[in-house]
Structure formats: structure tokens, C-alpha cells
Design a protein. Structure first.
Length: 266
């Protein structure tokens, strides 16, 4: 790739990152969902653990899940906004007809969402250490791998939401806020997936977030289903990302042909 082509790709990606920033910088709810709700979730669950006199390791198990869920929910919504904001403003046709490939749109939105998610992550880690004595027990490189993994998992959920909007229109709007919570039921946020009955246990093993969580928790002495959960998580993430990007491009073409774009822009 020539330097001019690379510069064009980077400029388009950063343009969509700035787009999400410009659309949300003055929105009180954007700040609210990034700071308030994650703090409420952490404090409420942490206090429940204190009330039940849970062991320190058990509290750490739950706190890791709460932090992961909060970060993914925040980061994925920015990717979903690629389609959702334009659907709300009835201008989806303008984003669809742009010559920018879909992967550049979502990458730009994901970068801004990742920044918001990272801010929440740092806040939650500091708050959990202060209130509940939760300390990080994994090396910096392992922590970086975990953070990147859950942020990429958020991208997967956001792309899937975009596909649902392109296929089902406004009927898929509800998934912007519920899909991550549904996925988390099978990932072991508050419990190990080994307690799930089949076929839900197998379904959980097919979700990368499950293995990222197990990787993080392994540094606290918890057993993993597979010897190397990080490697499995990476393979699943890359595979799903490639598949979803192809499906998203096909869904955009279909939306143009069926006229769904115009319906969502009226």
C-alpha cells in the first residue's frame, strides 16, 4: 500500500472517530453512561459481596466480570452508532452511499468507543481497589492483551448490531443495549460457565469474551476450561471479525437494493 493510500485510509478512519466524538461530546447521556452506570454496577455488586461475606477471591471474580461488562457495553455502543445515529436522524442514506468501506467506518467509531471504554476501565479499577481492595495480579502485557481483547469483542457486538439494523431496520434498535447483556449470560460474568447446562455451556465457549475472562481470572487462581484461553480467544475474535465484516458489506448491498435505506431515511 502506497503512503498516499495509507494516508487516505487513516484519514477516513479518524474522520469517523471524530464524527462520533462530535455527535456525543455535548451529550450528557454519553458522559452519564460512561461514568455513572458503571460505577453504580460496581458498587452495588461489590456491596452485595460484602453483605454475603464472600471470600476475597470470590469478590475479585465478580468484580472482573462487572468491569468487563461495563467496558464492553460502552465501547460497543459507539460502533453501533455508525448506523443507529443516522437511523435516528433519518439520514442513513448518506452514510450508506459514501464510498468509504464499512470496516473503516466501524474502525473509526471503535477507536473513539475504545477511548471511552478505557476511561471507564481505569475509573472502575481505581474505584474497586479503593472500596473493595481489588488489586491487579497480572503483568502489564497480560493486562494489555485482555483490554485489547475485550475492546475487540465490543467491536464484534457493535458490528453485529449494525448488521441487524441493515437487515431489520428500526425493529433491531433494541439490540443496541440488550445484545451485550444477552451475550454476557453465556460468558460467565458472575459465575463460571461450567455450571451452565448444555448446550449453553458450549455456546459460551464459542464466545471470545468467555476466554478473555478466564484468562484474566487465571491470575487469581481460578481454573480455566482450556490450557491457553487467550490463544482460543484470539482465534475466535479474528475469525468472527473477518466473517462479520463480510456479512456487513453484503447487508449494505442488500439494504440498497431492497430500498430499506430510503425507508430508514424518511
Amino acid at each position: 500500500m502506497s503512503s498516499s493510500s495509507l494516508q487516505k485510509v487513516l484519514s477516513e478512519i479518524l474522520a469517523f472517530a471524530y464524527r462520533n466524538y462530535a455527535l456525543t461530546k455535548n451529550e450528557f447521556y454519553a458522559i452519564f453512561e460512561m461514568l455513572f452506570w458503571p460505577m453504580i454496577s460496581l458498587i452495588s455488586v461489590g456491596l452485595l459481596g460484602e453483605f454475603l461475606y464472600l471470600e476475597k477471591d470470590a469478590v475479585a471474580f465478580i468484580i472482573i466480570g462487572v468491569i468487563t461488562l461495563s467496558v464492553i457495553q460502552i465501547a460497543q455502543i459507539d460502533v453501533t452508532y455508525v448506523m443507529l445515529l443516522d437511523m435516528w436522524s433519518m439520514s442513513l442514506k448518506y452514510i450508506i452511499v459514501t464510498p468509504t468501506p464499512f470496516y473503516r467506518m466501524v474502525t473509526g467509531a471503535w477507536l473513539f468507543g475504545s477511548l471511552r471504554g478505557f476511561i471507564s476501565l481505569v475509573l472502575l479499577i481505581l474505584l474497586s481497589a479503593w472500596l473493595f481492595g481489588f488489586t491487579l495480579s497480572l503483568p502489564l502485557t497480560a493486562m494489555a492483551a485482555f483490554v485489547l481483547g475485550i475492546l475487540l469483542s465490543a467491536m464484534l457486538i457493535g458490528i453485529f448490531n449494525c448488521i441487524l439494523i441493515l437487515v431489520f431496520g428500526r425493529r433491531a434498535e433494541i439490540f443496541a443495549w440488550t445484545l451485550s447483556a444477552i451475550v454476557m449470560l453465556f460468558c460467565g460474568i458472575y459465575y463460571p460457565i461450567t455450571i451452565l447446562p448444555e448446550p449453553f455451556r458450549t455456546l459460551g465457549l464459542l464466545i471470545p469474551i468467555t476466554h478473555y475472562l478466564e484468562f484474566f481470572r487465571s491470575f487469581y487462581g481460578f481454573q480455566t476450561v482450556f490450557p491457553d484461553p487467550l490463544a482460543i480467544a484470539i482465534v475466535e475474535t479474528v475469525t468472527y471479525l473477518a466473517l462479520l465484516l463480510v456479512v456487513a458489506e453484503i447487508s449494505m448491498l442488500r439494504a440498497r437494493k431492497t430500498g430499506l435505506v430510503l425507508k430508514l431515511s424518511d
